[in-house]
Design a protein around this ligand. Structure first.
Ligand code: 5AD
Ligand code: SF4
Length: 442
């Protein structure tokens, strides 16, 4: 007797870039599961490889190119292997990707990821890069690995056209997802036991549907079971008093804001098309610090933007000292084709960018450590995530200000909120000792 054994097809998803992309990969994984795939960590075992690409800086693009090159030999070994290129590089380069890499079967941008199922069912050489004004991924199945913290898209695209940035070209114009659909998704997450949501958008402060961002936060704050609300990214120009009030007043909204400054020089900010001056930024940062005790502010910095002079760089250093950010992401300016900055004169030499970046990172290391040290002896509310990666005997979680805390296992488990005394602060994490657990969260 013949014995047929059905084995599920396997998909390998490789994600490059930001939280937005990681969440898009969760959506693609959800679609693939519905299509009968299982996920694998081994590209050599896969029937389908999906690259979810990022083009924000050249480095991310280079990493993808070398990974894509490796798939040529995999395809030789397995001619049935399908390869998909998704994300921002797919959006920008479209059919050109297949032309230069004939092993690729599907190319689709972030605005078309909901069509992944149709694509793999219909066959070869599909390229989908048109703008999609419909917000149709609200009901997509999302495969979330973590059962405690979830990303939730609240808006797509960006209208800001910062002169260095590709996002408005790859993710399209800003579109807010209807509040009702966001609310329903989070309500379901709460019923499934999730405790924390991070609302995702390029510029969440300009969220607008039937309600504005403050209104959305108020609605989510009322969802039973959700204990913490975070959001990224805020644009300094659109950070309103109302939003500051929400962070201060709404119990579940965490005291952390990621507020990209980019440069401390108002002249550079102007040619970056950021829409605020250094003084505007400082006024808002001061207000946050004064009105919301203990708030953590993190930021992004670009160093070596075209024409950045010694005094512009010095202004960025001044800004870092003045705000004392809890953490920063700093990048060397990367010229991106199609953006205004790519054709600006007075490019800064790479070794100068590197020097300035090193100076910024060194200073920030000192500031981060100083800020963390100030927490020694304090009691912090920690949402427990699971075993510590560094020390399996310990448990790890995060403060409301998004700092990692490791402490010895007590009678607590993932998903619970516990009070932890901070006993030692390092640059990247805190060491604590458990005081109590909140018995209400079972
Ligand atoms: N070069 C360097 N950094 C960039 N970013 C965006 N575009 C570029 C670029 N061309 C940085 C900004 C942004 C973060 C997500 O990436 O700091 O806030
Ligand atoms: Fe890019 Fe500026 Fe939009 Fe952020 S706000 S995604 S940096 S264009």
């Amino acid at each position: 007797m013949l014995n047929f054994k059905m084995t599920a097809k396997k998909a390998y998803i490789h994600t490059f870039g930001c939280q937005m992309n990681m969440h898009d990969s969760e959506k693609m994984a959800g679609i693939l599961l519905n299509e009968g795939y299982t996920l694998t960590d081994a590209p050599q075992d896969a029937d389908l490889i999906v690259f979810n690409t990022c083009s924000i800086r050249q480095k991310a693009e280079q990493k993808f190119r070398s990974e894509l090159g490796r798939t040529k030999s995999l395809k030789k070994k397995n001619p049935f292997l399908r390869i998909a290129v998704a994300g921002c590089i797919a959006q920008q380069q479209g059919r050109g990707i297949i032309k230069n890499n004939p092993q690729v079967n599907y190319v689709f941008g972030p605005q078309n990821l909901q069509r992944l199922g149709d694509m793999i069912r219909t066959g070869e050489s599909v390229v989908l890069t048109e703008d999609n004004p419909e917000i149709s991924d609200s009901d997509l199945p999302v495969l979330r690995k973590d059962g405690i913290r979830a990303w939730v898209s609240i808006m797509y695209g960006c209208n800001n056209f910062c002169s260095y940035c590709v996002v408005p070209y790859t993710r399209g114009r800003e579109k807010s997802r209807p509040a009702r659909s966001i609310y329903e998704e989070i309500r379901k997450l709460a019923s499934a036991g999730f405790k924390e949501v991070t609302l995702l958008g390029q510029n969440v402060n300009s969220y607008k549907s039937e309600i504005d961002f403050g209104g959305l936060l108020k609605q989510i704050d009322a969802i039973e079971g959700i204990e913490r609300i975070r959001f990224v990214t805020s644009h300094p120009r659109d950070l309103s008093e109302d939003l500051m009030g929400c962070i201060k007043e709404l119990p579940k909204v965490c005291e952390h804001i990621h507020l990209p400054l980019q440069s401390g020089s108002s002249r550079i900010l102007k040619i970056m098309n950021r829409g605020y001056t250094y003084e505007d930024y400082m006024r808002k940062a001061d207000k946050l610090i004064k009105e919301i005790p203990g708030i953590a502010i993190t930021t992004d910095i670009i160093t070596g933007f075209p024409s950045e002079a010694v005094d512009d760089h010095a202004s960025t250093i001044t800004a870092l000292r003045a705000v004392e950010f809890d953490g920063i992401f700093a990048f060397k300016f990367s010229s991106r084709p199609g953006t205004k900055a790519a054709v600006m004169d007075e490019k800064v030499p790479d070794f100068v960018k590197s020097q300035r970046l090193a100076e910024i990172l060194k200073l920030q290391d000192e500031i981060t450590l100083k800020k963390n040290k100030a927490l020694e002896g304090t009691i912090q509310e920690v949402l427990i995530e699971g075993a510590s990666k560094a020390d399996k005997g310990k448990i790890t979680g995060r403060t409301r200000t998004n700092k990692i805390v490791n402490f010895s296992r007590g009678n607590v488990s993932p998903g619970q909120i516990a009070d932890v005394r901070i006993v030692k602060a390092m640059r990247h994490s805190l060491e604590g000792s458990l005081i109590s657990k909140d018995e209400d969260f079972q």
